[in-house]
Ligand binder design. Structure first.
Ligand code: 13P
Length: 287
């Protein structure tokens, strides 16, 4: 069953670990994430951007993810990533999404707060969780191309109090997409935010961040880690390798099957890195 993620995110927070949240694009990536989470006995979040909804459709995605949750028996949430508009949020909640991110950081502060409050009221009336963001994560995702603006702790505190969000994404030096050089996260800022915001904190743009920096972030209070690019790269590489080895290959079950195995492997590594392996028992309950 798909669940609101706050139960297992709060549990992760208490244990000092993080839940991995993976951006998916199609049937095979959903299966790979579910298979990896089941193998690691970990809760997991599957997320889609609005761009993926245009590609695959919210109802198709929700139907496949619901099935995956049943099939693999792990606590699983379906989350809408970086959504700037209210109607798409309503459509996803109607389709069965259990968590949404409202991203209207481009608006003036008071309007941003107003919009987030509206989403929180609607989502909470349906038992759906809400992620907000303060500061801006740089890099490229869908049509979002942006310069980073680091989160200011006092502003984050005000934003959390005024909006009633369940969890907060913060900008401390990560970016969406591939990094040009090694990222250098601002851990002092993370700890300062942690000290004044009593909510689960989220790290976007985790692909390409060295493992030690992910571990340090989790130690300092990050409870959800977002990963997109690091699944796309091995998936594309596995498909390229399949065609390089056999240029005449035309069976999607073989080239997509190889892609699925490669993605599952990375999903397992990331869950281990977050410290969430073994959080669930054989029955899929958080233990
Ligand atoms: P990456 O593509 O850098 O992993 O970012 C994922 C993300 O933050 C999704 O919101």
């Amino acid at each position: 069953m798909l669940v609101n993620p706050m139960g297992f995110i709060q549990e992760a927070r208490q244990r000092g670990v993080a839940i991995a949240s993976f951006n998916v694009h199609n049937l095979e990536t959903i299966q790979a994430v579910a298979e990896g989470a089941a193998a690691e006995h970990s809760p997991v979040i599957i997320q889609t951007t609005p761009g993926t909804l245009k590609h695959a459709g919210a109802r198709y995605v929700a139907a496949i993810v619901r099935e995956a949750a049943e099939e693999y028996g792990v606590p699983m949430a379906l989350h809408l990533d970086h959504c700037p508009d209210y109607d798409t949020i309503l459509r996803c909640m109607a389709a069965g999404y259990t968590s949404v991110m409202i991203d209207t950081a481009h608006l003036p502060y008071e309007e941003n707060v107003e919009m987030v409050r509206r989403v929180v009221a609607e989502a909470h009336s349906r038992g759906v969780a809400v992620e907000g963001e303060l500061g801006r994560i740089g890099g490229v995702e869908d049509d979002l191309v942006g310069e980073a603006a680091f989160t200011v702790p006092e502003e984050a505190q005000d934003f959390a109090q005024q909006t009633g969000i369940d969890m907060l994404a913060i900008a401390i030096g990560t970016a969406h997409g591939e990094y040009k050089g090694e990222p250098n996260l601002d851990f002092e800022r993370l700890s300062a935010i942690r000290a004044v915001v009593d909510l689960p904190l989220i790290l976007h743009g985790a692909s390409g961040v060295p493992d030690w920096q992910i571990r340090e972030s989790v130690k300092r209070g990050i409870c959800k880690i977002n990963i997109a690019t690091e699944l796309k790269i091995p998936m594309a590489q596995a498909i390229r390798d399949t065609f390089a080895a056999n240029p005449g290959e035309n069976d999607p079950r073989r080239y997509m099957g190889n892609a699925k195995k490669a993605v599952t492997e990375v999903v397992r590594q990331k869950i281990r890195l977050c410290g969430a392996s073994g959080m669930t028992d054989e029955g899929g309950n958080v233990q």
